[in-house]
Design a protein around this ligand. Structure first.
Ligand code: SAM
Ligand code: SF4
Length: 420
């Protein structure tokens, strides 16, 4: 979502006469669009601005902008650590940045972090998707779930959905510009409520757009993954058989402390319906290790879940207390060494499972949306399968087209083959 926000912000600024330069030394404005989900993301911003400060020393008129979630989380207190910042703009105010950059600019730093009620979007005509056949569309913003560890509801604001027609018009315009695949974005797309019948109806409307070949979406919250949604996803051929389905933990005790709103049994019940209706589905997930009070038994529950679901891929995060969240008041009692061991344990198991799942594909044929020449490997083309795996292959096909590739060999992260 942040990458897409940055892309839309760049489009807005270009429409206002700005252009992108290739190095910070020649920039008149430097914007870092930031994430606050983990402390590490924020520390990276402090260190990046620490380096960029040199630019300000040699060209004091360069305007420094801290944008996005970190701006909202820190507000004006960030100026104590980085007094050289000129503009602090929260994620709900990104559309205002071109206005703030107009001359004359105030001589003191400006802080605009109020959350807006709208969802940030720009005219798709402005967005540059050249050489890309896959585009993002934000369908909703914010979150009302208040998982006890998560800062998102405090920085992105209350959940709000874009009207269905706006989304359909945007996807139509992107397809006319060359997009073949659309990824719908939201913190919890399953609870989209911008149309009378929610997300399944939105999927149907988008599915009917001529020229669009594939639909993806992220993120799905397990508590809102209804039978009707799973049925719709299974039924619509353009919707890819790939679901990012974050569980966070395999332990009911921890899930409850996380305020996730489902149990391990509910989650596995959803997974079994998904697998029954979509036998070719690829699942990915987020796991958190070292949540306050997580015992070895709780960790074993997560391990068992990984082993039984057999995800294609998982993203594992070390728990990190975030200000304002409920869990910030819990004792962060798991030593970093134990957190790291648990992360490595899950990672090692998942690597084996990913490799096994990829090996199962040797000899089969997969549909690939061609992106272009592969970065590595002479005469190799690259693209993604419906299950979101990277596929490198030999053969002449134009970028943006669908083709079929026979899989000959695999690595944990990639499939290799030739045109079928
Ligand atoms: N809305 C999505 C969901 O409910 O799964 C996730 C959005 S969150 C921005 C992405 C991931 O960051 C989460 O799934 C979680 O695993 C991780 N995360 C969030 N807060 C965290 C924290 N305090 N410490 C470590 N990881 C965190
Ligand atoms: Fe954060 Fe939970 Fe909302 Fe996801 S659903 S954004 S983890 S509060």
């Amino acid at each position: 979502m942040n990458v897409h926000d940055s892309e839309m912000l760049a489009a807005l600024l270009k429409a206002d006469g700005w252009s992108v330069v290739s190095n910070p030394e020649s920039a008149d404005v430097i914007i870092l669009n930031t994430c606050s989900v983990r402390d590490k993301a924020e520390q990276k911003v402090f260190s990046r601005f620490g380096i960029l400060k040199e630019v300000k020393n040699s060209r004091p008129d360069t305007c420094f902008v801290l944008a996005g979630c970190m701006a909202r989380a820190w507000g004006k207190t960030v100026l104590k650590r980085m007094p050289f910042i000129d503009l602090v703009v929260g994620p709900g105010m990104l559309h205002k940045i071109p206005e703030y950059l107009e001359f004359p600019r105030p001589s003191h730093p400006v802080v605009q972090i109020d959350s807006s009620d709208t969802v940030f979007s720009v005219d798709p005509e402005l967005v540059d998707i050249q050489n890309r056949y896959s585009a993002w569309v934000t369908i909703m913003e914010g979150c009302d779930n208040y998982c006890s560890y998560c800062i998102v509801p405090y920085v992105r604001g209350k959940e709000r959905s874009r009207p269905e027609n706006d989304i359909v018009n945007e996807v139509t315009a992107l397809v006319q510009k060359g997009a073949r695949e659309i990824t719908l974005l939201g913190q919890n797309v399953n609870s989209y409520n911008g149309s009378a019948n929610g997300f399944p109806e939105l999927l149907r409307k988008i599915h009917a757009i001529p020229g669009l070949l594939r639909i993806r979406f992220t993120t799905s919250h397990p508590k809102d993954m209804s039978d009707s949604l799973i049925g719709t996803v299974a039924e619509l051929p353009k919707v890819c058989e790939y679901l990012h389905f974050p569980v966070q933990s395999g332990s009911n005790r921890i899930l409850e402390r996380m305020n996730r709103g489902y149990t391990r049994e509910n989650y596995l019940n959803r997974v079994s319906l998904i697998k029954r209706l979509m036998p070719n589905v690829a699942l990915s997930s987020d796991f958190m290790v070292g949540f306050p009070g997580e015992t070895e038994d709780d960790h074993c529950d997560s391990v068992n879940l990984v082993e039984s679901v057999k995800y294609d891929n998982i993203f594992i995060f070390i728990y990190n207390p975030r200000t304002k969240t409920r869990a910030a008041g819990y004792d962060d009692d798991i030593p970093l060494k134990v957190k790291t061991q648990r992360l490595e344990d899950l990672l090692k198991r998942q690597r084996r499972i990913s490799m096994e799942r990829n090996r199962d594909l040797i000899g089969s044929t997969v549909e690939v949306l061609v992106e272009g020449p592969a970065k590595r490997g002479e005469n190799l083309m690259t693209g993604r399968s419906r299950q979101n795996r990277v596929v490198n292959f030999t053969g002449a096909v134009k970028s943006g087209e669908l083709c079929y590739v026979m899989i000959e060999s695999v690595s944990p992260n990639c499939l290799y083959g030739c045109l079928a």
